[in-house]
Design a protein around this ligand. Structure first.
Ligand SMILES: N[C@@H](CCC(=O)N[C@@H](CS)C(=O)NCC(=O)O)C(=O)O
Length: 236
């Protein structure tokens, strides 16, 4: 099966959680908009293609099936790519964790777009500063503390009983947060030994290391979800 991933070509964004799973598994996939441009996404959003109508990218085409919503895409892919242990309870646990990661991603997005996604950052800077401060002080430690606790409870090596897409997603979360909030993350890191170790281990996985060094891995930038605006980070 050649999977087709549809996601905006210029950013890692939410598509990166799917890319990491496909790359880690060595899956055969086409990153459609990277090959053909973002216009390739539009017929799906306009309902001109068969299958379920996606609200927004990322979405995955697997044969005739179209799946949108990042956690749903991963729920579908993971058993097929052997990126989750077998069994409904553990797969639901993985999905629950991925949905919590999606909640965190939305809150990261809202640090730079607290009023509206339709406005430029520059038009909501004052609100962004307040939102980012609250995020750094309360939400960031709460989310990362939660995932640290999940890792401690599972024995530290992986979020589940073995390597899974949730580990890959947590690697992406740590990478993105290090990029967006380097000072805040430096302060938090000593409280997150398991998460930091997990992120390091994921980066060393052979296919992930190859992917990260390849041109397929886009750099973080200020069009994506994890944006570095120094005024939104903690002071040194
Ligand atoms: N909950 C969805 C969110 C999808 C989403 O917000 N996609 C962004 C790009 S990362 C987008 O293109 N949004 C357009 C819009 O919300 O109008 C998911 O996790 O996939």
């Amino acid at each position: 099966m050649r999977y087709q991933l549809y996601y905006w070509s210029g950013i890692q964004g939410r598509g990166e959680f799917v890319r990491l799973a496909l790359e880690d598994a060595g899956a055969d996939y086409l990153d459609v908009a990277r090959e053909r441009g973002d216009d390739a996404i539009m017929p799906f959003l306009q309902g001109e293609q068969g299958g379920a109508l996606p609200f927004a990218p990322p979405f995955l085409k697997a044969g005739r099936t179209v799946i949108a919503q990042t956690p749903a895409i991963l729920l579908y892919l993971a058993p097929r790519l052997k990126l989750v242990p077998a069994g409904t309870p553990i797969q639901l646990h993985a999905h629950q964790l991925q949905l919590t990661i999606a909640d965190l991603v939305a809150e990261v997005h809202d640090t730079h777009h607290p009023i509206s996604s339709a406005l430029y950052y520059e038009d909501q800077r004052v609100a962004a500063k307040r939102r980012a401060e609250d995020f750094r002080q309360h939400r960031l430690p709460k989310y990362l503390g939660y995932f640290e606790d999940v890792l401690v409870r599972s024995g530290g090596m992986h979020t589940l009983s073995r390597h899974s897409y949730v580990d890959l997603s947590l690697f992406q979360i740590m990478s993105g947060l290090d990029y967006a909030f380097p000072h805040a993350m430096r302060r938090l890191r000593r409280k997150l030994p398991q998460l930091c170790a997990l992120a390091g281990k994921v980066a060393e996985r052979p296919r992930i290391a190859t992917y990260l060094a390849s041109p397929r891995r886009l750099a973080f930038n200020e069009d994506g979800i994890f944006r570095h605006y120094p005024e939104l980070d903690a002071t040194r």
